[in-house]
Design a protein around this ligand. Structure first.
Ligand SMILES: [Zn+2]
Length: 159
């Protein structure tokens, strides 16, 4: 067994020690009632669902339990959205991280789907970053195999 090392951080912090370590944090993520229904519809029906606040006349996607404006409970206010939408913003991701969905560079886009009032963040493929234009029409491309995540939509691509 490796012997633990205690190191002094520096002269100013003579009573502070740094110990090397590694944590294993297995866990299960609960998507919640609203998030679960959204992911199940995506997986089983290839449907993108949002929730509508009747008071504010706004449709949110990803869906949320409560309206961000009036706090109305939206968990039973489902609407089916189009799988096509409009690019409202984007950035090109140029750094690599094992938790990111793609190797860089890739385009992370904000997409306002037909029927929604809020944009959905997702990956845009099938176009060079220099040719992307705000307002362009894009369409969801569903994954062949489920991951039970938002990546059941593999990416969006220009229509
Ligand atoms: Zn509202």
């Amino acid at each position: 067994m490796a012997r633990q090392k205690l190191r002094q951080k520096d002269d100013k912090h003579e009573h502070c020690y740094i110990r090397d370590g590694k944590l294993a944090l297995p866990y299960q993520y609960f998507a919640g009632r609203v998030g679960s229904r959204f992911l199940i519809a995506l997986r089983d029906k290839k449907q993108i669902l949002g929730v509508k606040c009747e008071k504010c006349n706004r449709v949110f996607v990803p869906p949320r339990q409560r309206c961000e404006r009036c706090m109305e409970d939206l968990s039973d206010s489902w609407v089916e959205l189009s799988d096509t939408g409009e690019l409202t913003n984007y950035t090109v991701v140029n750094y690599e991280d094992k938790h990111l969905p793609r190797k860089p560079p890739y385009i992370l886009a904000m997409i306002k789907l037909g029927g929604a009032d809020t944009p959905l963040p997702h990956i845009l493929e099938g176009i060079e970053p220099g040719k992307v234009e705000l307002g362009m029409k894009v369409k969801a491309v569903f994954a062949d195999e489920t991951t039970n995540t938002i990546l059941d939509v593999d990416h969006f691509e220009p229509v």
